[in-house]
Design a protein around this ligand. Sequence first.
Ligand code: COA
Length: 179
Amino acid sequence: MTICIETERLILRPFSEKDVEDHIAMMQDENTASFLTPDGKPRAYGEEWRAAAMLIGHWSIRGFGFFSVVEKETGDWVGRVGPWHPGGWPGLECGWSIVSGRWGKGYAPEAAIASVKWTFDQFPDLARIISVIDPDNKNSQAVARKIGEEKTDEIFDFWGHKLEVWAANRDAWLTAYGS
Ligand SMILES: CC(C)(COP(=O)(O)OP(=O)(O)OC[C@H]1O[C@@H](n2cnc3c(N)ncnc32)[C@H](O)[C@@H]1OP(=O)(O)O)[C@@H](O)C(=O)NCCC(=O)NCCS
């Protein structure tokens, strides 16, 4: 079955091998890397190649994963948004990253709402979806608020950073955003 989610301005499809170079280019932008790498700086090409392979491997292992976000108007690859749950993670997360040239258009929340809907639909027993966010990452916190997540008092220690866990509880979220 081919997964393809359409929103007003975006197409979401599983991250795949054809997206690797676009993803590396996004991650080598210091604006995007600032909260996504251990030291907040862009990583070398080879490290990002392996990180992209992990996103594809996540789909193989879990049967779900990040979506590539494609802008309908141009056909451009503009980021990755969607569910993932790597081993050792504190829950099933909806994550988001958008290429910096497209920030401020509301693409991350538009794609994230569609992703959360898709994920709750796929997993009827899933009680909540989380997002793990650095306390200094104000842009990401804005997205979490826009998609109806609230900050919990849970902290997740990753790469030596104390990250805050935001969450959307299933029943309340589906009531607010529709099923
Ligand atoms: C967080 C991120 C995905 C938001 O994507 P987006 O599509 O721009 O989301 P929005 O348009 O809703 O903007 C979110 C906030 O970013 C800020 N913002 C918007 N345009 C911006 C710009 N051009 N430059 C800097 N910040 C901007 C605003 O604070 C905005 O909140 P507001 O709408 O309440 O003012 C994007 O900034 C990003 O990819 N950041 C780097 C990766 C990252 O941190 N991912 C999350 C890890 S937890």
